[in-house]
Write a protein that binds this ligand. Structure first.
Ligand SMILES: [Zn+2]
Length: 115
């Protein structure tokens, strides 16, 4: 906490001080969050079955047969799913995607592996 205060992103002044979770510039009054990156780090990280961190737009491979409601075939092991989107889905489902031949659906990150 004794580190030099970060410069104000607005006027580059170093005379900033902490107020709660924010930093406040005493020169121009600008208030900002200490680090946008820190905020991003705080977001839940979604990992695949082997621990790779997943991101929006990733391509993943399904690692086990999945039954799909309303589909007789379901999703087979090895099915590639392109352009996933990370979501706070229903239950443990944290991937929103469209599976070829099956359609839009949500998957659990525990059943996929980053391709
Ligand atoms: Zn400032």
């Amino acid at each position: 906490m004794t580190d030099a205060a970060p410069a104000c992103p607005d006027c580059a002044s170093e005379f900033s001080y902490e107020r709660g979770d924010l930093l406040v510039c005493s020169m121009c009054g600008h208030e900002w969050s200490p680090s946008a990156e820190a905020a991003a780090d705080a977001a839940p990280v979604i990992r695949d079955a082997v621990g790779n961190v997943l991101a929006d737009g990733d391509t993943v491979t399904v690692i086990k047969d999945l039954k799909v409601k309303g589909s007789s075939s379901g999703i087979k092991v090895g099915t590639k799913v392109r352009n996933i989107r990370l979501v706070n889905g229903v239950g443990d489902h944290d991937i929103d995607c469209k599976v070829d031949g099956v359609g839009p659906m949500q998957l659990k990150s525990s059943v996929v592996k980053k391709a």
